[in-house]
Structures are given as structure tokens and as C-alpha cells.
Design a protein around this ligand. Structure first.
Ligand code: SF4
Ligand code: SF4
Length: 377
């Protein structure tokens, strides 16, 4: 991973195409130009966050204008852009159509590649897993650029440049990774390894409109007016956390990458650009500040219900069954047209809350977590 930890932060008030084009250009210039990362003849994968096919106003997916701007930038540098992701639900093309990325790819004549097939990537140095199964598209490109969204995340606290790469795992195989890394610290370790394996040459974060609260899908859009760019995804995430008003100890990916020396602390990052002083206080997800990371693993397993937030199905559940289909340990089922959770089998991954189209999963904190949060404020 690159030792270049400069991060550019530029302001953008809205998604008008000219403005986003200028601002992305400005951010790249602050990093020395795209030529630092991409060479003529390269085939470059642009990996946006395409969690679900929702309108860009919902702030669930990377805005199509950010994708458009990067397609143009890559092409101007003499390389070939391709755009791809594996959404949380539904296929790549359908999702891209709904969130506007399909139209942008068509208008810019850029290839949109669905992530459908996986290949094994051995990773003997892995902290948690020694091999990954990732999209075969990675084997057909020279460079990867992460186009993330500035959002909260029920399980990891926030999703940015590093977490965005989880979309390189194809479709329902994501559930297997949740099953194999059930504790927050293990899942975070897996994400850090994944970023080290995929090695994005550049990470851009679309924070013009971010998401606060119960992200990454069911939170609230928040105008944050910033675009971040940097060669080191961990450093970009440290800056993003600071701008969202979160403490690193609440964010297992950011705190682990700092602990491992993969990024300097915020104060030591070379932060450039007119938006470097931007600060917000994003509302955190209800699951934030899980105590699981702070106690021994054997205790965390036994006392999980009190150390974490518990998912509860609300009366507005419409029985669509999406959560049942995506629950990694199959701890959910439908009864009388309503989702039910077997709490004993629930691993607190919050995929159900993340993917529910009716926002019908509420997260209720255990009493120990509530008590601790009083003192953690
Ligand atoms: S909880 Fe949400 S995802 Fe699950 S069945 Fe109900 S509406 Fe569908
Ligand atoms: S019930 Fe929800 S939080 Fe629990 S394991 Fe299933 S998807 Fe994860």
C-alpha cells in the first residue's frame, strides 16, 4: 500500500455536472494529477458504491456525476475506464439503471461490468482469512479506483474508501464472509486485508450529500459538501471519520488501520484543499459503540445481547422476505407475512437493517451498552 498519505478535500455545493467535473479535477491536481496513479493503456476499474438501485437523492449510492467525472478523467489520461460493483440486492445492471450510473456509462460510452463470477485469491498474510473469493473482473483490469460514499454503517460505524471494496465479493457470497468474521474486530480485519489485497491506486469519497443515522441504506441524507481524494484508502477514511464527527475507537476499520501503521493519525495526514476544515456531526447509527471490541472474545460471545444492539422487526414489515433471503446465519423466517428473528442465532451483522426496503428493522441497544454509552459521551 502506498506511503503517500496526502488527502485532498474540496468543497462542492451540489451535483451539477460542470461543478463536479471541476471539483474532481481540482482534487486530483492537489494529488499531483491522475497521471500519478493511472498510465496510458491501463484498464481501470471504477468501483462505485451501488448498494441498491435507489435514486441518487437517497444518498445510498455514489452519485452518477462523480462516476461520470472519473470516467472522463481516466479517459483523458489515456486509460480505459470500466465501471463495476456487486450490489447488496439485485444485479449490477438493474441497480445501475435505477441509481443513474447505467445512463452515465451509456452517455460516456464506458463499459459497465457486472460482478457475477468469483475466483480464489490466496492471501497467506491475512489476519483473519487466508483466502478471498473476489470478482474475476479484478483479474482483467490493471488498476482499481474506489468511488465511495460518505455514509454511516450499522455494523462498522461508517462506510468509506475501505469498506466500499466489500462489493468486490460477488452477491450472496458476502453472507459467507459475515459468517466467518462475526465479531466486529474480525470483520474489520477482513476488510483491511481486502483493501491490502485489492490495492486501489486511488480512493474518492462522494460526500457532497452523505448519509447519517442508520446507514448505509436507511439513514438520512445530510448535505456535507465535500469530496475527498487520496492514494491511501485508510488515510482517506481517517479524514472522513473526522469530518463526520466520529471518534476512531467507535470505528473498527479506521482504528485497526491506525494501529497497524497503515495510516498516520489525523493530525499527521497531509490534508490539502479548501474543504480541509469541514466538520459535521453526523448522527451515528444506533448500533454504534458496540462493546464487543472492548471485552475478551469469550465474554463478547456469551454476552452479545447486552453488548450490542439487537434487531427488532417493526409493525411496518411488509413481509417482502428480503431480510430472510440475506440473513447470513438464516436466523430469520416469515410467519403470517411478517419477518421473525431467532435471537439466539443472530450474529448482529445488521444486514437485515441494512437491506430492508421498508426500514422495518429497529436496533435496540442492550442495557450494558446503554449504560456504557452514558459514560462514553
Ligand atoms: S423486515 Fe423488511 S426486509 Fe424483512 S420482510 Fe419485513 S419489510 Fe421485508
Ligand atoms: S437477524 Fe439481522 S442482524 Fe441478525 S444475523 Fe440475521 S441479518 Fe444479521
Amino acid at each position: 500500500m502506498t506511503q503517500n498519505t496526502r488527502v485532498a478535500a474540496v468543497s462542492a455545493v451540489d451535483y451539477s455536472p460542470e461543478l463536479i467535473g471541476q471539483k474532481i479535477d481540482q482534487a486530483l491536481e492537489l494529488l499531483g494529477g491522475l497521471g500519478q496513479f493511472v498510465q496510458p493503456g491501463d484498464r481501470v476499474l471504477l468501483k462505485p458504491n451501488m448498494l441498491e438501485g435507489l435514486l441518487s437523492e437517497c444518498a445510498v449510492t455514489t452519485h452518477p456525476e462523480v462516476v461520470r467525472s472519473m470516467i472522463r478523467q481516466v479517459r483523458q489520461s489515456g486509460a480505459t475506464p470500466v465501471v463495476g460493483d456487486s450490489p447488496g440486492v439485485s444485479g449490477t445492471l438493474k441497480t445501475a439503471e435505477k441509481c443513474g450510473i447505467f445512463a452515465v456509462c451509456q452517455q460516456e460510452n464506458a463499459e459497465l461490468v457486472p460482478f457475477e463470477h468469483s475466483v480464489e485469491y490466496p492471501y497467506p498474510d491475512g489476519r483473519v482469512l487466508k483466502k478471498f473469493y473476489l470478482t474475476d473482473v479484478l483479474g482483467r483490469v490493471d488498476k482499481v479506483i474506489s468511488l465511495a460514499k460518505m455514509k454511516t454503517h450499522s455494523f462498522m460505524g461508517m462506510t468509506g474508501a475501505t469498506k466500499n471494496l466489500f462489493g468486490c465479493i460477488v452477491g450472496v457470497q458476502k453472507a459467507q464472509f459475515h459468517l466467518r468474521t462475526q465479531q466486529r474486530r474480525d470483520f474489520a480485519g477482513m476488510l483491511v486485508d481486502l483493501a491490502l489485497l485489492v490495492k486501489p491506486v486511488l480512493s474518492i469519497v462522494d460526500g457532497v450529500t452523505g448519509m447519517e443515522g442508520n446507514g448505509p441504506r436507511n439513514g438520512r441524507p445530510i448535505h456535507s459538501g465535500v469530496i475527498l481524494a487520496g492514494a491511501n484508502p485508510f488515510a482517506v477514511d481517517i479524514v472522513m471519520a473526522e469530518m463526520m464527527g466520529f471518534r476512531l475507537e467507535e470505528l473498527p476499520v479506521a482504528s485497526l488501520s491506525l494501529e497497524l501503521g497503515l495510516t498516520p493519525a489525523f493530525d499527521a495526514i497531509e490534508l490539502v484543499g479548501e474543504a480541509r476544515h469541514v466538520r459535521h456531526q453526523f448522527i451515528s447509527p444506533r448500533s454504534m459503540q458496540s462493546l464487543e471490541d472492548r471485552v475478551p472474545a469469550w465474554f463478547a460471545k456469551g454476552a452479545r445481547s447486552q453488548l450490542t444492539a439487537r434487531p427488532l422487526v417493526q409493525p411496518n414489515c411488509n413481509g417482502c422476505g428480503r431480510c430472510v433471503a440475506h440473513c447470513p446465519p438464516q436466523a430469520m423466517h416469515l410467519a403470517a407475512g411478517v419477518a421473525q428473528i431467532d435471537d439466539a442465532r443472530c450474529i448482529r451483522c445488521y444486514c437485515c437493517q441494512e437491506l430492508c426496503p421498508a426500514n422495518a428493522i429497529r436496533l435496540q441497544r442492550g442495557w450494558l451498552l446503554k449504560l456504557a454509552q452514558r459514560f462514553m459521551k
